[in-house]
Design a binder for this molecule. Structure first.
Ligand SMILES: [Zn+2]
Length: 446
């Protein structure tokens, strides 16, 4: 039997130590954190020969540790990034790198993204060793670099250069299985899909000239009109991906009137456009992200001198594509809205991911969440942003976001990740560790 109170204490202790090691990315400098984790695992009995630290660049380090199973099933990977985003200390109530436990919460940068979840993975990994679990799969723990600034030194490095060390059937990483609130209902999204990144440059052209002699064929005005057409459109065409369809099925079934009914009707692409406009303003961006290729104009460029009409104007468009959609698809959609005279060219693209939900691991996660919170509603989540899951997908690993636990309404993950006063309640870890343990031990021993 596992003493989950004790395990919670150990998890918090380890988290506090990790917060105190500054891994702000850039520059990252994950090496001291990774060494600290290796030494902890060594103290807890993990043989030195089953751990390796891999540096992708000076100071940019990844730890891969392994518990050996009997080899009858392929491995399970638990992956957590140790880097964190920068802080503005003047906005914090407590030292962002102090690791203080105040008012029942652990405070500090990385608590919710994702040193807190990595600490849970570490605890479960150590327990699996100490309980002598009869593993059918190898259980791999990866503490990795560079999730917050492009993946290059972390998951990308591991997938491209050390694939054999992380090869697995399944992976768990951030984030899913944490409480979110829809009205008064508690919901538990499990991340199973991610949008891909497609940054474009949109350019317009016109006649150059002297600023004292305005004319109609002005590249800046053309660009302004194209952007206004984009604004008026509201969003690009609706596409219903398998993950989002499943999500709407679950919410329609469980949420009741009125939101459940509205979300049920959204399964018809013809109605979805109209219904999006009926959603509360604060919920609209998320649903637009789930149902369409999204686009945000970001960097504007035109002209170099106040009295010269430029011949060219451009804007960067941060587009996020649904699983299955390609850059040429969003270019076609944008061209239809912004006008054919706008030149659209890709700057950066990445691959997204969509993993199946009809797997034993997914069903185990659903079961564990039901036991954690009998009234909670579980559904598969399409993440609008990108995490390490998209990179691991290249290695053929089915990756789910699963870092379970119960959160109160005022501490949602979306309010905490990358925010001032990032923190998680101790009660979150106490509620989530049994669920994580159940899933990991069952999938590894079944
Ligand atoms: Zn993260």
């Amino acid at each position: 039997m596992i003493n989950f109170d004790f395990l919670t204490e150990k998890t918090i202790e380890n988290l506090v130590q990790l917060i105190r090691i500054d891994t702000t990315n850039p520059p990252g400098n994950e090496l001291p954190a990774v060494i600290w984790i290796r030494d902890l695992l060594a103290r807890e009995g993990i043989p030195a020969g089953d751990m390796v630290i891999l540096e992708s660049a000076p100071g940019r380090a990844n730890l891969v540790a392994r518990l050996r199973g009997d080899g009858s099933q392929p491995p399970l990977l638990l992956s957590g990034h140790v880097d964190v985003v920068p802080v503005e200390p003047k906005f914090w109530t407590h030292d962002p790198f102090g690791g203080e436990v105040v008012d029942g919460c652990v405070w500090g940068r990385g608590t919710a993204d994702m040193k807190g979840f990595l600490s849970m993975y570490m605890s479960v990994f150590i327990q699996a060793r100490q309980q002598g679990l009869p593993l059918k799969r190898d259980l791999i723990l990866a503490a990795i670099a560079d999730e917050e600034a492009g993946f290059e030194h972390g998951s990308q490095f591991l997938v491209e250069q050390h694939r054999d060390l992380i090869a697995a059937e399944y992976g768990l990483t951030e984030s899913g299985g944490l409480t979110a609130y829809m009205g008064k209902k508690r919901v538990y999204p499990i991340q199973v899909a991610e949008k891909s990144v497609c940054w474009l440059r949109a350019s317009t052209f016109g006649q150059p000239g002297h600023g004292s002699m305005p004319h109609e064929d002005n590249a800046v005005l053309h660009l302004a009109k194209a952007l206004e057409r984009l604004r008026r459109a509201g969003h690009l065409p609706i596409h219903l991906t398998p993950t989002v369809r499943r999500m709407l099925d679950s919410l329609a079934e469980n949420l009741g009137f009125p939101l459940g009914v509205v979300l049920g009707l959204m399964r018809s692409p013809a109605l979805a456009g109209v219904l999006l406009r009926m959603l509360p303003v604060e919920q609209r961006p998320l649903f637009i992200a789930w149902l369409s290729n999204s686009v945000s104009p970001t960097v504007l460029q035109a002209g170099s001198k106040s009295n010269v009409i430029p011949s060219e104007a451009s804007v960067h468009l941060d587009c996020r594509l649904l699983p299955g959609q390609k850059p040429e698809d969003v270019i076609r959609e944008l061209s239809a809205v912004m006008g054919r005279q706008v030149k659209l060219e890709p700057l950066t693209t990445s691959t997204g991911a969509e993993f199946p939900v009809d797997t034993p691991l997914y069903r185990l996660m659903e079961k564990a969440l039901k036991q954690m919170d009998g009234e909670g509603i579980t559904f598969p989540l399409l993440m609008p942003g990108a995490t390490d899951a998209s990179l691991y997908q290249r290695a053929g690993i089915k990756v789910y976001g699963f870092t379970p636990g119960i959160l109160p309404p005022e501490i949602s993950l979306t309010k905490m990740a990358h925010a001032h006063d990032e923190r998680l309640p101790v009660s979150f870890f106490r509620s989530g560790l049994p669920a994580l343990w159940q899933v990991v031990s069952e999938i590894c021993c079944a």
